[in-house]
Design a protein around this ligand. Structure first.
Ligand code: GTP
Ligand code: SPV
Ligand code: MN
Length: 653
């Protein structure tokens, strides 16, 4: 009888424990567990000859370097997915969630739970191409640069032999609809089946990609969990990783990414932050387009009039929620194009066109509920991999925010495996950066054009962050240049999405601080350059803040679906409606122009829209200091001019 188990065994996917024994015995054999005659004979799944020559060379070089035991060439098929899930389950990396449909739970080593910005580097010949030259004595916070020689040393300390006893998965993937002129292709080599299973959700993987690629160029993405056999240290939670040696390196001049030591999120799903944002932003500058940390949504009113907006909020600040929002205003229907990344380019008619380069959502679990984000809840009910969430005794999932959606008799096991977890124990049930990885196509409100190879036309760009104090619910930039200033001056409370611990207010320009692929000063010049071009239909720019708090530390605005009220105001402004008044910081909704019909909560609108003079005087000072120290001589004069004008307006308030 055919069983998956049998097939997997026949293919030769050996159990790691077993592999470790063989590897130890066969180290004299160049590190290979079997006397392979050729690379092709190491391939367990897929056909070596299906790979274009350039891809073969890339794989060959890295097989020599990393010495995986076997090779799997991903085709993106359902059968392959079953195999990956089978292998992951066998190795104890995931377990099924029987209450849900084809859903899985992974628990990581608690040392590998988020992006590690301090270990993320960009390597170019010339440092200033990558980071601004900071003021004397100041530590730069706008990216980490490493010289190519130093990086070579670091990589040579890690990659040789790093995949011993493991299978190397070769993942051909497309960022953006396969074959679109706006799309780009990458090849990720990884020794993690979890990464392979996640990449096929997050990107478009498979044979079609290889066909489109032909012998063209691709972004080279090498990833290893950094735990070859025999293991030096016992695994925690069956999750191989190497936190002490973690490094995420980008080599833009070679179109290459090398990531070692972490299996989690943006550290390992290399299409996402590494390719689509860091390398993407470099390509964008070179080729005249933009790669941004932005959601894309469609908004349609009851007259059938439709617009598309893009919005940049820092990690864990509400992109996924806004992108799938269920409008509290019955007159509007929101549709989702993307929840994290936008690639945008002005077309020949001067319209800004955006595509979502991804095919799935890697979304923050805590806070997601039927009340806050019913569309996400529906999306994640099947074919989803959950990581570091808690599980319920009836085979479902749990996290902070779902308290009202589990019965009292249900027992909860925390992400750390604590049985019968209770909130009173003082530790969260789910890790604050626990996530779901789920196919975008399953979202009930995906926009009909979400895979349109031409992209959708963007009419407004929205910036925002977690600002507990001083920053009103919404304001509008006076013009493009002022809007670029607003993006540059973005700040937000730190979240669990990266390794930052406390709730400090951090500068996070354009929500891109961890993701700039090149010098932020040059990035600003690139954004500013569009205002000099003739005949561009420049979108209007806004700033929003769902997170202002009152004296008691409570959010002043209900957020989530109610944010549609703000989108409605923006929609009308884009249509030229006269519903704004000027303030020192930008245009505010004219009193009474924000539609509050049916709003259940009591909201103190005056407090929500107040612009405290002292607060803004300090803000201007802080931003000035930040620009001076961090961007220094690379700051475009236009931005300094905007800051000075803001200062003058605030002072005369
Ligand atoms: P990344 O995937 O890290 O880039 O995050 P994101 O920007 O997509 O953030 P997401 O939408 O996942 O929201 C992060 C957290 O903020 C979740 O816990 C949400 O419940 C919460 N959140 C989102 N929107 C709102 C809002 O309007 N008000 C409040 N109070 N919280 C919100
Ligand atoms: C973010 O941190 O902005 C994310 C999650 O979207 S990760 O993919 O880990 O970068
Ligand atoms: Mn993100």
């Amino acid at each position: 009888m055919y069983t998956l188990a049998k097939f997997v065994r026949q293919c030769g996917y050996i159990k790691p424990n077993f592999a470790s024994r063989i590897v130890e015995e066969s180290l004299g054999n160049g590190g290979f567990t079997r006397p392979y005659q050729s690379i092709a004979s190491q391939v367990l799944y897929g056909k070596w000859n299906d790979l274009p020559k350039k891809v073969q060379h890339y794989v060959q070089d890295n097989v020599k370097l990393c010495k995986p035991d076997t090779i799997h060439i991903c085709d993106g098929s359902d059968r392959e997915n079953e195999m990956l899930l089978y292998i992951l389950q066998r190795d104890g990396m995931i377990k099924p969630l029987p209450k849900m449909d084809n859903c899985w739970l992974a628990r990581t080593d608690p040392k590998d739970v988020a992006r590690v910005e301090s270990r993320t580097f960009i390597s170019t010949e010339n440092m200033r191409d990558t980071i601004p030259v900071v003021k004397n004595g100041i530590t730069g916070t706008l990216g980490n640069w490493m010289s190519p020689d130093d990086l070579d040393t670091e990589l040579n300390m890690r990659f040789p032999g790093c995949m011993k006893g493991r299978t190397m998965f070769v993942i051909p993937f497309s960022m953006g609809p396969v074959g679109s002129a706006l799309s780009k292709i990458g090849i990720e080599l990884t020794d993690s089946a979890y990464v392979a299973a996640s990449m096929r959700i997050m990107t478009r993987v498979g044979k079609k990609v290889l066909k489109t690629l032909g012998n063209g160029d691709f972004v080279k993405c090498l990833h290893s969990v950094g735990a070859p056999y025999p293991l030096k240290e016992p695994m925690v939670s069956n999750w191989p990783c190497n936190p002490k040696e973690t490094i995420i390196a980008h080599l833009p001049e070679r179109n290459e990414i090398c990531s070692y030591g972490s299996g989690y999120g943006g550290n390992s799903l290399l299409g996402k932050k590494c390719f689509a944002l860091r390398l993407g932003s470099i390509l964008g500058r070179r080729e005249g387009w933009l790669a941004e940390h932005m959601l894309i949504l469609g908004i349609e009113n009851s007259k059938g009039e439709k617009k598309y907006f893009a919005a940049a909020f820092p990690s864990a600040c509400g992109k996924t929620n806004l992108a799938m929002m269920k409008s509290a205003l019955p007159d509007y229907k929101i549709t989702c194009v993307g929840d994290d990344i936008a690639w945008m380019r002005f077309d020949k008619d001067g319209k800004l066109r955006a595509i979502n380069p991804e095919a799935g959502f890697f979304g923050v679990a805590p806070g997601t509920s039927m009340k806050t984000n019913p569309m996400a809840m529906e999306t994640i009910s099947r074919n989803t991999i959950f990581t570091n969430v808690a599980e319920t005794s009836d085979g479902g999932v749990f996290w902070e925010g779902l308290e009202g959606e589990v019965s009292r008799t249900t027992k909860i096991k925390s992400w750390l495996g604590v049985e019968d977890w209770h909130a009173e124990q003082g530790k969260p049930a789910a890790h604050p950066n626990s996530r779901f990885c789920t196919p975008a196509a399953q979202c009930p409100i995906m926009d009909e054009r979400w895979q349109d190879p031409e992209g959708v036309p963007i009419e407004a760009i929205i910036f925002g962050g977690r600002r507990p104090e001083g920053v009103p619910l919404v304001y509008e930039a006076f013009n493009w240049q002022h809007g670029v200033y607003i993006g540059a001056s973005m700040r937000s409370e730190a979240t669990a999405a990266a390794e930052h611990k406390s709730k400090v207010i951090m500068h996070d320009p354009f929500a891109m601080r961890p993701f700039f692929g090149y010098n932020f000063g040059h990035y600003l010049e690139h954004w500013l350059s569009f205002q000099q071009k003739q005949d561009l239909d420049l979108p209007k720019i806004y700033h929003v803040n769902w997170f202002r708090k009152d004296k008691n530390g409570r959010f002043m605005w209900p957020g989530f679906g109610e944010n549609s009220r703000v989108l409605d105001w923006i929609f009308r402004r884009v249509n030229g409606e006269d519903c704004a008044v000027q303030s020192a910081i930008g245009n505010l909704p004219r009193k009474g122009s924000l539609n509050l019909e049916g709003l259940q909560e009591d909201v103190d609108m005056d407090a929500l829209f107040s612009i405290p003079k002292e607060y803004w005087q300090k803000e201007v000072k802080d931003i000035g200091k930040y620009f001076d120290e961090q961007v220094h001589e690379d700051l475009p004069p236009e931005i300094m001019k905007e800051l000075r004008s803001l200062e003058a307006r605030v002072n005369s308030m």
